[in-house]
Design a protein around this ligand. Structure first.
Ligand code: SF4
Length: 259
């Protein structure tokens, strides 16, 4: 994703989303339900998963078990591509070392290190603020076993950390089911009727989690992004779309496809 990149591509590691018995969302939608909108059934979500799988393959998560790494990486990913993000991250660690050293470094050194990632004057102070909040020897390993809501609440209480960043930490680092909603997932998911068009990103995160089987969270995230990048772009290529018959927005004439 824009935040997570297509990090799962071709890793081929057979893993399943880890045990999370406490996906504790209230199953009722947490937003004013628009007239005529109905939450999709699990059967429909699975049918969309299957069609996307035919197009983009089955994906398995390969969590790296380092939530602080993921948190900083996701902050760096905002408004840039995966390559620039990775260059910025590498320079930050190579130049300044461990998290304590990065937290205590002069602000301008952090900004200079991450400059290739863009928005360095915003991201640099944000990273240092977050590390200061985490305290000495920054450690988020406790998130692995914390109740889900407590973990998400803690992450989103950190300076500048939103729901998408929290979701990335949870799934990419810890293998806990979340479907990070970036611009692609938001656009494609809305058009397919997974959540109402125009719903907030926060609301979309809750909805995706409520309708997605735990073991499908990572795959659905990755394949919705792939579809958003290749076919269901802002100006969609509906004529080439294998999901056209399942598409709520197309049926309702709400999209303006490429001719
Ligand atoms: S039919 Fe068009 S709008 Fe619907 S999912 Fe496919 S490309 Fe997107």
């Amino acid at each position: 994703m824009s935040g997570g990149g297509e990090r799962g591509y071709a890793r081929g590691v057979e893993r399943t989303i880890g045990p999370d018995s406490e996906v504790d969302l209230d199953r009722r939608p947490r937003f004013p339900v628009p007239k005529g909108w109905k939450r999709p059934s699990r059967k429909r979500v699975r049918a969309i998963r299957d069609r996307l799988r035919e197009l983009y393959g089955s994906r398995r998560n390969d969590p790296h078990d380092d939530p602080v790494h993921e948190l900083v990486l996701t902050i760096l990913s905002q408004n840039t591509n995966d390559n620039n993000r990775d260059v910025a991250y590498r320079r930050l660690r190579d130049r300044l070392g461990d998290w304590d050293s990065i937290r205590d470094a002069p602000a301008e050194e952090v900004v200079e290190a991450i400059r290739p990632g863009g928005l360095a004057n915003i991201k640099g102070p944000r990273i240092q603020q977050v590390l200061a909040e985490l305290g000495p020897e920054a450690d988020l390993d406790w998130l692995r076993d914390a109740p889900r809501q407590e973990a998400v609440d803690y992450l989103t209480s950190l300076p500048g950390v939103g729901r998408k960043t929290a979701a990335c930490v949870m799934i990419f680092a810890l293998d806990r089911p979340e479907v990070p909603v970036d611009t692609h997932v938001h656009r494609v998911g809305g058009r397919l009727g997974l959540f109402p068009p125009g719903i907030s990103l926060e609301g979309a995160h809750d909805e995706m989690l409520a309708i997605t089987d735990r073991d499908d969270a990572y795959e659905l995230h990755m394949n919705l992004i792939a579809h958003g990048r290749r076919i269901c772009r802002p100006r969609p290529r509906c004529g080439e779309c294998a999901l056209a018959r399942m598409c709520v927005a197309r049926r309702a004439g709400l999209v303006d496809p490429v001719a």
